[in-house]
Design a binder for this molecule. Structure first.
Ligand SMILES: Nc1ncnc2c1ncn2[C@@H]1O[C@H](COP(=O)(O)OP(=O)(O)OP(=O)(O)O)[C@@H](O)[C@H]1O
Length: 643
């Protein structure tokens, strides 16, 4: 039977419906114990789902609609299922079958380091089960730990005194000032989660929270060690820049009561999570871990939606228990490329609040704010430490309205905004042809390419930085990688169009003006997955090219020939655009979404646009289908958090 099953697996693999790894994984499991075709089928699906970002296989999916889950045709699924023979009929049957396999550890039974773990109705690769249980345990104890205790009244009064200084004005519209609430809540435990859409003031709030932490640190004030981090270099640089500006403004306001400028100056640069944890070449292990923890009192991490399960687990292990962790991010954005949807899981109550009476009374005492009754509830410890900011300050207008409609799954409203074409801020070209896209690329990229053309030989870094900024003002984002409307096809077509317009001279792989994205961390050159740079002449070596990367207001460069893992970046995926924002963002959907595009992707694409958003769809139905679909990532984290 297994032979027949693996033949079907090979057919699906050849058809591009399965990763090679998934079949290989099932064969490995078969090599270390008795292998029923049912167990093999569960292994193939589990491994395949892991590649698509799920951290486990929900047994209920095995009897729901596996073909839809995997994006296979009915025939493909039926052939695979027929090769398995008897298909267990219920979740209980599956549980019994899996629990009996020697390769599976049913949690609670004897653990002999089996490669698979069965936890309730969820089947895991052991590594993901370990990460999930670790993350759940660590965030729960952080949320519970360090709650104001002995001197609670005096501390609460001090927090309130400072919050009134830091937030001197009542919230707009007279409602709850969620920003103030977020600061107070974060002061209560060793974990604070602040979520909200673009421009809702996450950074504004965290700058005030930092001031509050300094102000209430007592004798430890001057020695408070604060670290700033984000998943990408660009997001880290943005965080640092925004916090510096906000603290500088605040310093003006608080005057001599708090030496904010000096304290801020001692904070140091923001770093990528990889660099903070001390990533090393050729190993997944970090320099900082449970046995060698980070030397910090407060860690602020931005763009937390991009943090995958394994990274979150590593981060929590490396963070001393007495340190405060503040996570900032937009829970509605696409989850990480790798497995897990950690921020989404942590924030699953954020919309509703679910605050306990203790939280409501603490918030009232520490901020003077009333949280409306509708946000009261019975959430777990994480919900008590989470605040969602609900009002966007810079994201009104049609782009904001479109983002809201998409996020709510309101297709009719989204189409209405797209069709209204208000002020040219939102433009939708349905039934788009490639010529429309190439025309847009030409006008969007012309300004920076003109600057490149006119770059004087003796140009300094200020001029180069201006070119990079010009390039950053426009970007084409794709929903998919392959095909005519995917990243690779479009990059080729755009290069050719820009070449025929005389804007660039493509002499080989490398040419002046080529934008590139790094696709793998390269420790030797100091560039990381997702970094975007521009190729310009090397001022020191005639004929040679360097790739320039900007980090805020500073430039870094690497000899082009030293960069091996890069791809052209006129068009990039929405996934890779997370943490970036462009004055004008153009998003392109494919002709056929294959049922795999969902609302989080569309929302993330739209929210990358600061002032102008253009959407090109060769087939508008793909957009409508995507808005109607949510990404569901199987994970046990919510369950573990609420347990
Ligand atoms: N309470 C407030 N009063 C005045 N201005 C505010 C307030 N909250 C936020 N802002 C301003 O609104 C703008 C957006 O805030 P901020 O950059 O903090 O949002 P964000 O949520 O971090 O956005 P993103 O992460 O999407 O860039 C900033 O100019 C900020 O100074």
């Amino acid at each position: 039977m297994s032979k027949e099953f693996f033949e079907q697996v090979d057919v699906l693999t050849e058809a591009g419906q399965l990763r090679r790894l998934s079949g290989a994984f099932a064969r490995f499991i078969a090599s270390v114990g008795a292998a029923s075709p049912q167990l093999m089928a569960a292994c193939v699906l589990l491994s395949e789902l892991e590649g698509r970002g799920h951290s486990c296989l929900l047994l209920s999916e095995l009897n729901a609609d596996p073909a839809a889950l995997m994006g296979w045709s009915g025939d493909e699924w039926n052939d695979l299922r027929a090769s398995v023979g008897n298909w267990p009929e219920t979740v209980a049957d599956w549980r019994a079958l899996l629990a009996a396999a020697t390769q599976v550890w049913p949690v609670g039974a004897a653990d002999v380091n089996q490669p698979l773990v069965l936890d309730g109705d969820r089947l895991y690769l052991r590594r993901y089960w370990q990460d999930e249980t670790h993350v759940a345990g660590a965030v729960r104890s952080r949320a519970l730990g360090g709650v104001l205790a002995a001197d609670a009244d005096a501390e609460t009064a001090e927090i309130r005194r400072w919050l009134d200084i830091l937030f001197p004005h009542a919230a707009r519209g007279g409602g709850t000032d969620w920003q103030k609430v977020a600061c107070a809540v974060a002061m209560r435990g060793k974990l604070g989660i602040i979520t909200g859409g673009p421009g809702t003031g996450k950074t504004y709030t965290v700058a005030r929270l930092l001031a509050l932490l300094f102000a209430t640190a007592g004798p430890r004030q001057a020695g408070l060690r604060v670290a700033l981090a984000a998943p990408t270099g660009k997001a880290a640089a943005r965080l640092k820049q925004s916090i510096d500006i906000a603290l500088d403004e605040l310093a003006e306001k608080v005057g001599s009561a708090l030496p904010l400028r000096e304290l801020a100056a001692r904070m140091g640069a923001a770093r990528t999570l990889h660099s903070l944890l001390g990533a090393r070449p050729d190993t997944r292990a970090f320099q900082h871990h449970a046995g060698n923890q980070l030397d910090v009192d407060v860690l602020i991490v931005d763009e937390a939606s991009m943090i995958h399960l394994e990274m979150m687990s590593a981060l929590l292990a490396a963070l001393p228990p007495q340190a405060t962790l503040i996570l900032l991010g937009d829970k509605d954005q696409l989850a990480s490329v790798e497995a897990g949807a950690v921020l989404g899981d942590l924030c699953h109550n954020a919309e509703a609040g679910e605050y306990l009476p203790e939280t409501l009374s603490y918030v009232h005492a520490s901020t003077g704010q009333e949280i409306p009754e509708s946000f009261a509830g019975h959430g777990g410890p994480i919900a008590q430490q989470t605040v969602m900011l609900r009002e966007s300050r810079r994201f009104g207008g049609p782009i904001g309205a479109l983002a809201l409609a998409v996020n709510a799954g309101d297709t009719a409203k989204a189409v209405e905004v797209l069709r209204s074409g208000q002020d040219g801020k939102v433009v939708w070209t349905d039934l788009a042809q490639s010529s429309d896209l190439l025309q847009l690329a030409l006008s969007g990229y012309r300004p920076y390419l003109q600057l490149v053309k006119n770059l004087p030989e003796n140009a300094d870094d200020i001029v180069r930085l201006a070119i990079l900024k010009s390039f950053e003002s426009f970007r084409i984002l794709c929903a998919v990688r392959e095909g005519e409307w995917g990243v690779s096809g479009l990059n080729d077509a755009i290069e050719q169009r820009l070449q025929s317009a005389g804007l660039l001279k493509r002499t080989g792989e490398w040419y002046v003006g080529r934008p590139v994205m790094v696709t793998r961390n390269d420790y030797a050159s100091g560039v990381f997955n997702g970094d975007i740079g521009l190729t310009l002449p090397d001022p020191a070596r005639p004929g040679a090219l360097r790739v320039y990367f900007s980090e805020g207001e500073t430039l870094r460069s690497v000899l082009a020939t030293r960069l091996r893992n890069v791809e052209t970046a006129f068009a990039m995926t929405v996934h890779k655009s997370q943490g970036s924002e462009f004055l004008h963002t153009a998003m392109v959907l494919p002709k056929d979404g294959g049922g795999m595009l969902a609302r989080e992707l569309i929302y993330t694409g739209i929210t990358r646009a600061r002032d102008y958003f253009t959407l090109l769809t060769p087939n508008g139905q793909v957009l409508l289908d995507a808005i109607g679909q949510r990404t569901q990532r199987a994970s046990g984290l919510r369950h573990l958090l609420d347990a």
